[in-house]
Write a protein that binds this ligand. Structure first.
Ligand SMILES: NC(=O)C1=CN([C@@H]2O[C@H](COP(=O)(O)OP(=O)(O)OC[C@H]3O[C@@H](n4cnc5c(N)ncnc54)[C@H](O)[C@@H]3O)[C@@H](O)[C@H]2O)C=CC1
Ligand SMILES: C[C@H](O)[C@@H]1OC(=O)[C@H](O)[C@@H]1O
Length: 256
């Protein structure tokens, strides 16, 4: 098992990519802290995931908290320490992408997106890193960034800078935290069918277009991203830091 004896915190783990990653980390032997929004729906989904994980003999607990709140990272670390006594891996996954045009972007949509996807993440990464430093045995931090860190989207002008920001945060943190043996990497998913783009991809033309642009011939599923996250979290990636791994079925390189 790739993550035996490791405690992994994953934000936004109640559904989508985060849920698949949490399940796979638990299958690989990790003790998992399921971060979720703290809403009724988030709590319910997190509890059902704990049941799923327990059913195959894994260990998991849940901690609710708004990803945009700079204190949520401390809450997640405290939850991990209370339940499992350590933090070895932190996966920053929670995010939103309310599609909207640029010229009339409401300030509150822009600010909510940046606070949820990037500002809260900064302080959560900082909280996890301080705990790993105090433990003195290194660790791994993974940001779920996006192909959108590298390319634009006309309806994503508020979103793509947050993904570029996370990608850049991991690069800088790789330098800042390397001396403590803490590795920092990002995964860059392409288009993965989840709730975040359900409405956008309900447009059949858009769905067909995105599928046709993907050399592997299909959109991604949350489980497609879970494996790369486990790899970066594991000691198999012990000399990998400051890297970013595209998980996009070849979408990025498909110019023509
Ligand atoms: N689905 C896709 O095509 C892609 C997704 N991503 C990124 O993957 C990450 C996960 O998204 P998906 O699983 O696709 O979507 P999703 O909508 O299924 O999951 C998002 C998760 O973030 C949580 N979340 C949202 N706002 C929150 C808040 N304020 N506080 C706490 N939790 C909050 C949600 O509860 C949910 O668990 C996001 O960061 C997204 O930007 C990146 C590239 C492509
Ligand atoms: C939500 C989008 O469908 C998805 O999110 C990303 O980060 C990719 O750019 C996709 O467009």
């Amino acid at each position: 098992m790739l993550l035996a004896d490791k405690t992994v915190i994953i934000t936004g783990a109640s559904r989508g990519i985060g849920r698949a990653a949490a399940r796979e980390c638990a299958r690989q032997g990790a003790r998992v802290v399921i971060g979720h929004s703290g809403s009724g729906q988030g709590t319910e989904a997190a509890l059902s995931l704990i049941e799923e994980i327990k059913a195959f003999g894994g260990q998991a607990v849940e901690v609710g908290g708004d990803a945009a709140d700079p204190d949520t990272g401390d809450k997640l670390v405290a939850g991990a320490l209370k339940a499992f006594g350590s933090v070895d891996v932190f996966v920053n996954n929670a995010g939103i992408c309310p599609f909207h045009s640029f010229l009339d972007m409401p300030r509150e949509v822009y600010l909510k997106t940046v606070n949820t996807n990037l500002n809260g993440a900064y302080f959560a990464v900082q909280a996890a890193a301080n705990q790993m430093k105090n433990q003195g045995k290194g660790g791994a931090i993974i940001a779920v960034s996006s192909i959108s860190a590298l390319v634009g989207g006309g309806m994503q002008t508020h979103y793509t800078p947050t993904k570029a920001g996370l990608h850049s945060l991991m690069q800088s943190c790789a330098i800042a935290l390397g001396p403590y043996g803490i590795r920092c990497n990002s995964v860059l998913p392409g288009t993965i069918a989840t709730d975040i783009n359900k409405e956008d991809l309900a447009d059949e033309e858009k769905l067909a277009y995105m599928t046709s642009r993907t050399p592997l011939g299909r959109l991604g599923e949350p489980d497609d991203v879970a494996g790369p996250i486990v790899f970066l979290a594991s000691d198999m990636a012990r000399y990998v830091t400051g890297a970013s791994l595209l998980v996009d079925g070849g979408l990025f390189v498909n110019l023509q």
